[in-house]
Design a protein around this ligand. Sequence first.
Ligand code: SME
Length: 165
Amino acid sequence: MYEAVRIAHAPGGADFYRELGQQMGGLLAGERNWMANFANCAALLFEQMPDLNWAGFYLLEEGSGDLVVGPFQGKPACARIARGRGVCGTALAEERAVLVPDVHEFPGHIACDAASRSELVIPLRREGRVFGVLDLDSPLVGRFSDGDLAGLERLMVRLVSASDW
Ligand code: SME
């Protein structure tokens, strides 16, 4: 069972992500259902990463090509985001992580929660194809670092490979 041990290492560093990876490994052990794993991963990130106001997933809907909200923690959010719109739609269209230090400076940012001031979006890939994104929001300007980006990219590869659809 998951035990809520608060990670003491500085957020964003290698030690922080090593411990977060161990905790995620514990949650994923013995479970391959993607919904269960993504829901628990959103909850883990929301609990362990300081200064977040939203953590969760948007997943590609095949027919429309839109991103549709999936498992998350935080306030109710926009249900649907078109490719190329906002930070999430940009990450999908450009197939790259997008780190926004100040959302007020990002043209087209979609404000689901007026409290959000910085954002990090990581694409999720399956067999080389982007099929969704991880979206993290913070009420602090400049909350996310390149260390967060690198650490979360590794965790997302692990999450996707540990889950079946
Ligand atoms: N801010 C995002 C929209 C999703 S919410 O933050 C949960 C964006 O611009 O894509």
